[in-house]
Design a protein around this ligand. Structure first.
Ligand code: ADP
Ligand code: ADP
Length: 236
C-alpha cells in the first residue's frame, strides 16, 4: 500500500509540485497518472521513492514513512521501489545482462564490489529477460537495441530488483505509438503476473484507458480525477 495524507511538496523556488494530495494505492494495483505538463505527475512519482522531499503531510510505502526518511532507511525503502525512465537510463556500452544484473545491486550490502554476482543473481536476471521476451539479447551491448527493446531491458532490471513497487515516469514517451503500446502491454503483463504495485505517468489518455486499473488525473499539484479507467472524461 502507498498512502498519501495531505502531502504538499514545495520546491526551493516556491513552486508547488504537490498541493494537498491524499490517496491510497493498494498492493498490486496498476495506476496511471495523467495530466498536462507541469501538473505534478513527476513530483508525485518522485515523492514515493524519496527523490523529492515532502514539505508537509504523510507519505507511507509498505507501512514505512517516506517523508523524513534518510540514510540507511531511505536506501532500504528504495531497494523495494524500482524506477523506469523515459530515457531508459541503461549503461549502453555494457551487455543487456549486465544492465539487468544492476537491479540486483539494490539488495547488495553497502560497499560490496560492483560486478560480483552469484549464480542465483544470474538466474533471476535471465528469468527477468525471459519475461519481457528479450532473453536472446542477453549478451548484446545495450546500445545495439531499439528503443522498445531498451525499455524492456529497463523493465527486466526492475524485475531483477524484485521491486514491490515500480514507478515509471513517462516510460513510453520517446517511443513511436505502436512500440509504446507494445511496451505498455509488456509492462502490464509482467505487473499482473507478479502482482507488482505500479504507478505510471503517461501523456496519452488512450494508453491510460487501455492499460490502467485506475486513472489519477492531476492539475496544478492537485488530484482532479481518481477513478476506474472507463470513467475518466476528456477534460482531465
Ligand atoms: P509533470 O510531471 O506533470 O510535468 P512536475 O511534477 O514535473 O509536473 O512539475 C510540477 C510543478 O513543479 C511544475 O510547475 C514544475 O515547473 C515544478 N517543478 C518541477 N520540478 C522542479 C524543480 N526541481 N524545481 C522547481 N520547480 C520544479
Ligand atoms: P521493438 O522491436 O522493440 O518493438 P522498434 O519498433 O523501435 O522496437 O524497432 C523495430 C525493429 O527495428 C526491431 O526489430 C529492432 O530490432 C529494429 N531496430 C530499431 N532500431 C534499431 C537499432 N538502433 N539497432 C538495431 N536494431 C534496431
Amino acid at each position: 500500500m502507498i498512502s498519501f495524507r495531505d502531502v504538499h511538496v514545495t520546491y526551493p523556488t516556491g513552486t508547488k509540485g504537490l498541493d494537498g494530495v491524499s490517496l491510497e494505492i493498494p498492493d498490486g494495483q496498476f495506476v496511471v497518472v495523467v495530466g498536462l505538463s507541469g501538473a505534478g505527475k513527476s513530483t508525485l512519482i518522485r515523492a514515493i521513492n524519496g527523490l523529492v522531499p515532502v514539505t508537509s503531510g504523510e507519505l507511507e510505502v509498505g507501512g514505512q514513512r517516506v517523508d523524513g526518511a534518510r540514510g540507511g532507511k531511505l536506501r532500504r525503502l528504495r531497494a523495494d521501489v524500482g524506477m523506469i525512465f523515459q530515457g531508459f537510463n541503461l549503461v549502453t556500452r555494457v551487455s543487456v545482462l549486465k544492465n539487468v544484473l544492476m537491479g540486483r545491486l539494490a539488495h547488495a550490502p553497502v560497499g560490496s564490489l560492483f560486478g560480483l554476482y552469484g549464480a542465483a543473481d544470474k538466474d533471476i536476471a535471465f528469468d527477468a529477460l525471459d519475461r519481457v521476451g528479450i532473453i536472446d539479447k542477453a549478451y548484446v551491448r545495450a546500445s545495439q537495441l531499439s528503443g522498445g527493446q531498451q525499455q524492456r531491458v529497463a523493465i527486466a532490471r526492475v524485475l531483477a530488483q524484485q521491486a514491490q513497487v515500480v514507478l515509471a515516469d513517462e516510460p513510453v514517451a520517446s517511443l513511436d505509438p505502436p512500440t509504446a503500446n507494445a511496451v505498455m502491454a509488456d509492462l502490464r503483463r509482467v505487473q499482473r503476473e507478479l502482482g507488482i504495485t505500479t504507478v505510471v505517468n503517461l501523456h496519452f489518455l488512450d494508453l491510460a484507458r487501455t492499460f490502467a486499473d485506475r486513472i489519477i488525473g492531476m492539475r496544478a499539484g492537485k488530484v482532479v480525477f481518481d477513478g476506474p479507467a472507463d470513467k475518466v472524461d476528456d477534460t482531465v
